[in-house]
Structures are given as structure tokens and as C-alpha cells.
Design a protein around this ligand. Sequence first.
Ligand code: ADP
Ligand code: MG
Length: 402
Amino acid sequence: MTIVGIDLGTTNSLIGVMEKGRPRIFRGEDGGTLVPSIVAFDAKGKPLVGSLAKAGKIQNVLRTIYSSKRFVGKGGKDVEPWMHLLPFDFSKSDDQMVRFSINDKTYTPIEIAAFVIRHLKNMAQCQMLEKVEKAVITVPAYFNDAQRQATKFAGELAGLEVVRILNEPTAACLAYGLDKKARGTVAIFDLGGGTFDISVLRISLSVFEVLATNGNTALGGDDFDHAIAEKLGKEITEVTGLNPMSTPEGRSRLISEAEKAKRALSDATETLFEWNYCHTRFERSLSRSELEKWILPIVRQAEDPCRRCMADARLNPEDITDVILVGGSTRVPLVKKLVEEIFQRKPICTLNPDEVVAIGAAVQAGVLMGQAGELLLLDVIPLSLGIETMGGITAKLIHRNS
Ligand code: ADP
Ligand code: MG
């Protein structure tokens, strides 16, 4: 029985499998391995997933759900700070679980994730000509138990038995084949679209031990896009008299152009930013140093979790053998610079940072199918567990990173 590996990302998701001892990542209808974690509904409520949903995102802005992983396992109160940044509607009725309103229906983040997983499953089935019933799904190391359960449930809703929930940074280690290396202490720095994870693992003789994890479930490349959009949005208002933030479509177009400029500035030091909306045109050149000035306060937020993670593992930067970069946002030169500064060494980035986690998930799936030899993962709990005693105080019973 085949087991697939799924990287269920905030921005992009991937699916892979072990074939003849090698990981294979499946390609979607656009030819790429990244499936945007976006679900768009038409007027009748029919869902469209992935690159097709992304292509229609600007026109169909109120019925397109993206970044919904940020809301998995959360209640209404937790998400208030982000609500105004996203164009789609939240249902006010339920504070236990976030719900998105589309047409006259509501959807939970779990249901949205299930649409994405079902799409990935179909993609793999079509290409393997075989039914897929079991999966390994990855989650950020910092996800709490509710978020892990929610992810598992999303897999089940999509018709898969979730045989293992795997931490994304652990998957990254497997992808780099670090299990084959006799021993070492590895830091995994993963900055994606919506979440940041830092983990320190000790590897010896195919045993993976997570020494400590830290991170921020609300930090990622989306925040860079919003920072750029905010700066340029103000300029657009000053120059053209039109406030792009005043309509969902104007805002969506602004954020999408901001992201495009950001990507271009990972390679070039200068790019042209363009914004066209309602017969109004704005353009100006944007330099990498301007971008870096705007995003520096956000990039810096990754520093504290890194230091705390090393402190929890009782390690200094010189004790770390390797640092691995994971996630699309680690392509930003300023991010690489910060990593180098914190860990005092050049990070490894020889694998495609977008695919590393999915490759690791496929490797783990291979192990569970008995294809990849013996491998033992020892993990820690990312958050302290305790019981609530009188007066709403929590008495910690098991401390984080145990
Ligand atoms: P996630 O794990 O959250 O699904 P990914 O690892 O796919 O995210 O990373 C997505 C993020 O990476 C997005 O914010 C995207 O804008 C950013 N990104 C992708 N390519 C680049 C690039 N070349 N330069 C800067 N940012 C990039
Ligand atoms: Mg990711």
C-alpha cells in the first residue's frame, strides 16, 4: 500500500512519494510542484483549488480563501489582528472556531485544508494510476495539539488515513539525508509565507532527536508583502488621489504586485513596481535597499526565537554543525544575512527550499512503507502541558521541549 508525503503549507502545498528508493514530487496542472493553498468558490459554491484558484484571486477576491493555515485550530479572538489584512469575510457567529463566509455558507479552516488535500491526492492518483489512501502530513514544529488534530482531521475529511504527523524541520533533515551522517547538531530555519519555525536537532546513527523548537505562527513572507503594500499604498494615495486599500480588489492587486516586486528583488537590486486599477496607473522603481529598510523590523522578529531555541537546547552558535534554510522566504538576501549573523556560519541551501519539506515527508512515508531502512525519530513537545487550577492559573506538568 502506497503512502504519500504531504507538505501542507500556508502558501503552497506539495505531495510526493518514494519510488524505487528516491523521492518523487508530483507536478500540478501548471507544470510546477507547488500547489497554491488557495480555494476559490464560484457563485454556485463550487470549489476550485490551487493555481486555477490563484489565477482568479483578484477578480474573485471575496470568494477566494488563502493563508487559511494561519487560522487552523484558532478561535475568533486569536485572529482579530489579521482580519483587516484579508479581503474575505469571517463569520462572526462562532468564537470557538474561525469560519469563513462564502455566498450563504461558512467553511472552517479544516474544511479548506481538506479541499487542498483532496486536490493533491487526486493529482498523485492521476499520475501514479493507483489509489492513494494513506499519508504523512507535515506541520510546523510549533503547532499545538489542537492544530495537529485539526490537520489530521483535514486529511481524514479528504479521504486519507493520516499515518503520521511530522514536524516540518524534521522532514527537512530527512530530505538532506542527514540521517546518513554519523552525528551532528543541526538548526533548521524555516521561513515560509505565514509561519516561522526554528528547530535544533541532534542526529546520531539515524536517530533524530529534536533538542528544542521555537518560532512564530504569525511571521512570514506575507508580512513582507503587507509591509511593502502599506508603504506603497500611501504613496499611491498621495500621487493619484485613489486609496488602493479602500476596495478589496484594489488591495488584493496591490499585495500581489508587492509580492512580485519582493521576489524580483531577491535576485536583482532594482525592479519596477506597477499598479493598475480602475484606469489609474502608478509606477516607480524600487530598490533592494528600500525593501530591506521596510522589512528589517519583520525579519528581526526571527532573531529572538532563534536565541531562545539555542538557550533551551543549552547550545551556543559554535555548537551547531549545520544550518539549513527551508521555505520560499529564505531566498530574501536580508534573511540569509540574518541567519548568518545569528549562527555565525553560512547556511546550507543546496536543495530547493520550496521542496525540502515535501521530500522529507516522502522519505518518512517510504520508511513507513518499509522502503527506506531503519530510522527513529524522537520528538519533544513544543508547548508546555498543564492543568488549569483555581483562578484560571495553569500549573505546568510537562515543560516545553521535554
Ligand atoms: P509555506 O511553507 O508557508 O507554504 P513557502 O515555503 O511556499 O510557504 O514560501 C512562500 C513564501 O515564499 C511566500 O511569501 C513567497 O512570496 C515567498 N517567496 C517565494 N519565492 C521567493 C523569492 N524568490 N524571493 C522572496 N520571497 C519568495
Ligand atoms: Mg512550508
